[in-house]
Design a protein around this ligand. Structure first.
Ligand code: ARG
Length: 281
C-alpha cells in the first residue's frame, strides 16, 4: 500500500474523476489509515511503497503489476499520466527480491486491478485500460492460465470493480459489466457466485479486500451483508469516499503479494503422473 501524501484528482482518466472536485487530504489520510488498521486487525501484513510528488494515483497499488509465486509482471499503463509510476513500482519489487519481468513492447496491462486469481486461473479484464491481446503474454509470464473478460461498462473500467474472489468457491460477481463470453467464463468457473445488482456494482461493492474470513468493503447494503454473514464472513465497511473521487475503492488501494497460483503450463518432457483424484472414469 502507498500512503496518500500526494493523492488528488489532478487529471481525468475515468468517468468518476472530475478535477473541480477537491480531495480533502486530511480525510483521505484518515480513511487510508483506517483501511490499513482494519487489514492488520484481520491478519494481513502491510508493506509500504513511498509516495511520490506528482503521482496522485500511486496510492492505487492494485495497478502496480501482477504477482504470482514471487514473480512480478510490471504494469504498462494506457494513460501517460500513470506511466511514470512504473519505475517506482519496479524499484520496490526489485528491492524486495521479486523476480521482475516485463510484458512485450506495445502490450498494455494494468496489473492486479485487471487480473484476479481464482481456482487455478487468472481472470483478466480488458478494454478501457488493459489490452485485449494481453492475456497470452501475461499467462506466459505468470506461468498460469489467463482467461480474458471484456469490460463493457466504462464506469467499471477495471476487473476489480466487477469481480471479487471470496474463497475457493465463492466470489462477488457483476455480470452486467461483462460481455457474454466473459459471463460464460465466470459462470463455468465460480461454483457459488453472489451476483451484485447494478446499484451494488456502482457502489464499488466488488472492490473489497478479503483477508481470511474478513471482507473489507467500501459499501455493503443489508442484503449483501446478510448473504456474506450467512456464508460465515465478517464484513467491515470502511468509508473511502475521498478515493472514490478518483474512481478507486478499498481493493484498488492494495496489492496482494502472496498470490500463488500453481503453474499449469506444460514445460515439455514427460507428462505429470496421474494424481488419481477426480479423474474421469
Ligand atoms: N484514478 C485511478 C485510475 O483511473 C484509479 C485506479 C483504480 N484502480 C483499480 N484497481 N480499479 O487509474
Amino acid at each position: 500500500m502507498c500512503p496518500p501524501e500526494h493523492f488528488g484528482v489532478l487529471y481525468e482518466i475515468n468517468p468518476w474523476m472530475h478535477r473541480e472536485v477537491a480531495v480533502d487530504l486530511g480525510r483521505a489520510r484518515d480513511q487510508w489509515g483506517g483501511l490499513v488498521a482494519t487489514l492488520v486487525e484481520a491478519g494481513a501484513e502491510v508493506e509500504l511503497l513511498e509516495p511520490q510528488p506528482g503521482l496522485p494515483d500511486l496510492v492505487f497499488t492494485a495497478n502496480a503489476g501482477t504477482v504470482n509465486n514471487g514473480r512480478y509482471v510490471a504494469s504498462r499503463f494506457r494513460h501517460p499520466n500513470r506511466q511514470p509510476e512504473v519505475d517506482h513500482d519496479v524499484a520496490w519489487f526489485t528491492d524486495h527480491s521479486f523476480e521482475v519481468v516485463e510484458l512485450p513492447e506495445g502490450i498494455g496491462h494494468e496489473g492486479a486491478g485487471d487480473a484476479l486469481p481464482f481456482r487455478g486461473v487468472f481472470l483478466s479484464g480488458y478494454r478501457s485500460r488493459s489490452d485485449a491481446g494481453a492475456h497470452g503474454p501475461l499467462s506466459a509470464l505468470l506461468g498460469a492460465p489467463v482467461r480474458p473478460i471484456e469490460l463493457v461498462d466504462e464506469r467499471l473500467y477495471h476487473l476489480d470493480l466487477t469481480f471479487c474472489p471470496l474463497d475457493d468457491r465463492r466470489a462477488l460477481v457483476a455480470p452486467d459489466a461483462w460481455d457474454s463470453y466473459g459471463r460464460k467464463v465466470v459462470e463455468a468457473l465460480v461454483p457459488e457466485p453472489l451476483v451484485l445488482t447494478d446499484d451494488e456494482m456502482l457502489a464499488f461493492c466488488a472492490n473489497s479486500v478479503v483477508v481470511g474470513g474478513t471482507v473489507v468493503m467500501p459499501a455493503c447494503p443489508p442484503r449483501l451483508g446478510r448473504q456474506l454473514e450467512a456464508w460465515g464472513f465478517d464484513v467491515v465497511v470502511i468509508d473511502v469516499d475521498e478515493f472514490l473521487k478518483a474512481g478507486g475503492g478499498c481493493r484498488c488501494l492494495t496489492l496482494a503479494l502472496d498470490v500463488a497460483v500453481p503453474s499449469a503450463i506444460p514445460t515439455g518432457g514427460a507428462p505429470p503422473p496421474s494424481s488419481g483424484t477426480g479423474a474421469a472414469r
